[in-house]
Ligand binder design. Structure first.
Ligand SMILES: *Cc1c(COP(=O)(O)O)cnc(C)c1O
Length: 481
């Protein structure tokens, strides 16, 4: 595919304006201050349209096919959410406008806070953080502020070895030492190890539940008790909420803080750098420390309140990524409490259905009932020289996005599959058939898998080289079709 600059032809235009019928006049800007001509591509309107439509079709998206990217919840997001977020009352508003003319926006944020609090069993949310990892950072800042206020010096955060890499990274960013603890044979937190490691300098634990193996931490009440008895706080990485929305509440499990990924569970498209939203909910002991401004309600009026002396301050310009909040709000209002429960149940059903179909063909290191996702291992295929990366690439030939691979780190040759609740049985069956076919190819014709993909616009890339020395220009000959 050519660059748009290569399609340029001198003098070609998309729009022809009629000749000026007024006399030309020089303006008195010194010539050295005038903008120089920028070499823009000279193309017709249809060249532009085809160029960008063709480019967009090289991409893969939930709108084009199944996207079983574990831990990312790439579910289908109803288009009505997009329509609602584009209502002129929202798109034409500006954060500098007065409270008086922003009542609708403030009401939406106020009510979204209430809905998320109800869903998670928390007392209050801040909607400011821009993504999951930003929510973690905010949550850990709250933990630090809480202990500083109590004049306790606690410097450590416990993080299971199955956790998302952002967990230890966020701890490090707020200058807390993260201590990794090994999961037990079942893939869960080991209570003995936890008890052993507990001490007065532990500020808390960061836990993903269900964890990144897709397993529910069934000892969660014990875990939160152990941490609380030691004076610590329990942080929930709520990026996996899809599995439990409408079914159980992290607040009831003993979590003190949670971040959600609105761009996962609450139906905002994601990938490609955002925008996202990672609201953080807390129990009442932590409410005084939440970021400002907070949205309050006096009578029928919504207000922005800044006067909270213990607040950690502001973590994002204005109020956060408002467009994402509108979509989450629309989604919650559209599906309601019953729909929320369906999300939890069907996402779990879909994952278990696929797991049972595939476990005869791929190793399943933790063979248990899973929640919204499960982790296979490509180790059986690796014996034939076909690795997980090869399987992932081969899937592209059949029109599927690859699952998450090589994560979580505790599973060798990990293949992490999250089908989500929005996929039909037919789609799951098609995907399973292809996975089974690839397992057979790995046995009988391993080269076809090892050299995949064969049908995509570019074949296998040297990924390190691609990251370090990107060639941002494609030659026609690098395209196969
Ligand atoms: C996606 C995810 C995150 C990080 O969220 P971002 O919005 O990408 O920053 C953290 N933890 C888990 C378990 C996740 O799946």
């Amino acid at each position: 595919m050519k660059l748009i600059f290569e399609k340029s032809s001198s003098g070609r235009k998309a729009i022809h304006l009629s000749k000026s019928d007024v006399p030309e006049k020089k303006i008195d800007i010194p010539s050295q201050l005038l903008r120089k001509d920028v070499p823009l591509p000279e193309v017709s309107e249809i060249d532009v349209v085809r160029h960008f439509v063709n480019l967009s079709q090289l991409n893969y998206s939930v709108d084009t096919g199944f996207y079983p990217l574990g831990s990312c919840t790439m579910k289908y997001n109803p288009k009505i959410n997009e329509d609602v977020s584009r209502l002129p009352g929202f798109t034409l508003s500006h954060p500098f406008q007065s409270e008086k003319v922003s009542q609708g926006c403030l009401q939406l944020m106020f009510e979204l806070d209430e809905y998320l609090s109800e869903i998670c069993g928390m007392d209050k949310f801040t909607l400011q953080p821009a993504a999951g990892a930003h929510g973690e950072l905010t949550g850990l800042m709250l933990i630090k502020a809480y202990f500083k206020h109590k004049k306790e010096k606690r410097t450590k955060v416990i993080v299971p070895d199955s956790s998302h890499g952002t967990n230890p990274a966020s701890s490090t960013m707020v200058a807390l030492d993260s201590i990794s603890i090994k999961s037990n044979d079942e893939g869960r937190v080991d209570l003995d190890v936890l008890n052993e490691i507990m001490s007065k300098d532990v500020a808390g634990i960061m836990l993903t539940n269900p964890n990144t193996l897709g397993l529910f931490e069934k000892d969660i009440l014990e875990i939160t008790k152990i941490v609380h008895d030691n004076g610590g706080l329990v942080y929930c990485d709520g990026a996996n909420m899809n599995a439990i929305v409408g079914i159980t509440k992290p607040g009831d499990m003993g979590f003190d803080i949670i971040h959600l990924n609105l761009h996962k569970t609450f139906a905002t498209p994601h990938g490609g750098g955002g925008p996202g939203s990672g609201p953080v909910g807390v129990k009442k002991e932590l409410v005084p420390f939440l970021p400002v401004p907070r949205i309050g309600k006096v009578g029928e009026k919504f207000k922005l309140n800044y006067n909270y002396p213990l607040s950690i301050g502001q973590v994002r310009a204005f109020y956060g990524n408002f467009g994402v909040m509108i979509k989450a709000y629309a989604y919650i209002r559209a599906i309601g409490a019953k729909g929320m429960k369906d999300v939890g149940e069907i996402s779990v059903l879909n994952a278990n259905y696929l797991k049972e179909k595939l476990k005869k063909f791929y190793d399943l290191p933790y063979d248990q009932v899973c929640k919204h996702e499960f982790v296979l291992s490509g180790s059986k295929q690796a014996e034939k020289g076909v690795h997980t990366m090869d399987i992932a690439k081969r899937l592209l030939d059949f029109g599927f996005h690859a699952p998450t691979v090589y994560f979580p780190l505790i599973v060798k040759e990990a293949i992490m599959i999250e089908p989500t609740e929005t996929e039909s049985k037919e789609t799951l069956d098609e995907f399973a058939d292809v996975m089974i076919k690839i397992a057979e190819e790995a046995e009988k014709n391993p080269d076809i898998v090892k050299n995949a993909p064969h049908k995509t616009p570019v074949s296998r890339l040297d990924m390190v080289k691609a990251a370090r020395e990107p060639i941002l220009k494609w030659e026609e000959k690098s395209l196969k079709n």
